[in-house]
Design a protein around this ligand. Structure first.
Ligand code: SF4
Length: 289
């Protein structure tokens, strides 16, 4: 977003004020006011869309009133730029999910892919792969593992399931149900399927530029850091770069009932430590405000 014109105007106004007002020259101060009026009028005429956006976002500021042009400070420009980028990010994410839901790259996977929706957020939770219920209920972490995960987040971060789902983006290592293996448990995605699906995650990191990623379970954790033993990584925060973006990673163990790791020492204490780290993370604190 470029705002070259008001920056130039502001700089010019400041320069003139320094040169003339220092001499307490009333006539020239009047000249400055006239020049400001001209500059504000020029900006409003040339960029009616930006002037309108400014009025909506900062109703207490009045760009059309020339005496307030100097309030168009650099801080406001940064906020304005970030706020005006949000609809673009939302549109990109919606297009991304439309494409993701059409994906059929992996012949052994049971389509369709599962998505938690286009939630623009600074925080991403990454699961392993959906189970058999998620495609039917059309949301990730829809069954027993989800119950435990949302209970953890409510207990430590103060957000119930509905709030978490509306404020945090949900992704997964693989977005389709891999089917059952011969022993009747969910099949672990194969390396080629993980590779196929990784581009969706990279695109999400590029679009959202998250501050915090929470990988849930060993398979998800391994997409970001080495994880020979859960004891070495749970309860710690890591700085990771992926898709040309740096972010914090705080891993959680998988909350499914299949593994008791998070219920017995040392897993229980380490899981609580990880959840406290998540609750204190600035990106989570902003969601809870
Ligand atoms: S697992 Fe991922 S890459 Fe494979 S078909 Fe599903 S969405 Fe596409």
């Amino acid at each position: 977003m470029q705002f070259a014109q008001p920056c130039v105007c502001y700089a010019r106004a400041g320069k003139i004020r320094g040169r003339y007002w220092g001499h307490h020259d009333a006539d020239r101060a009047g000249d400055v006011e006239r020049l400001r009026a001209e500059m504000a009028g020029t900006f409003t005429r040339r960029h009616p869309d930006r002037a309108r956006a400014f009025g909506i976002l900062f109703p207490n500021r009045h760009l059309h009133r020339p005496q307030h042009l100097a309030q168009f400070a650099p801080l406001d420009l940064l906020n304005l730029s970030a706020l005006m980028a949000a609809p673009r990010k939302q549109a990109q994410l919606e297009r991304h999910i439309t494409e993701l839901l059409k994906c059929r790259r992996c012949p052994r996977m049971q389509s369709p892919p599962v998505s938690g929706g286009a939630i623009t957020s600074d925080v991403i939770v990454i699961g392993q792969a959906p189970g058999p219920r998620e495609p039917v209920l059309q949301r990730p972490f829809a069954h027993t593992a989800g119950k435990t995960l949302f209970r953890w987040l409510e207990e430590f971060c103060g957000m119930n399931e509905a709030t978490v789902r509306s404020k945090i983006y949900f992704a997964a290592v693989c977005r389709c149900f891999p089917g059952k293996n011969s022993s009747g448990t969910d099949r672990v995605p194969a390396p080629d399927e993980i590779h196929n699906c990784s581009s969706w995650m990279n695109d999400e990191i590029r679009i959202l530029r998250p501050r915090l990623i929470i990988p849930v379970g060993r398979l998800a954790i391994r997409q970001f850091i080495d994880c020979a033993k859960l004891e070495k990584v749970i309860g710690r925060k890591f700085r990771v770069e992926r898709a040309r973006h740096s972010f914090d990673v705080i891993p959680l163990p998988h909350p499914s009932g299949a593994s008791p790791w998070h219920k017995i020492p040392p897993g229980r204490g380490l899981t609580e430590r990880a959840l406290r780290l998540i609750a204190r993370h600035p990106a989570i604190c902003e969601l809870v405000k």
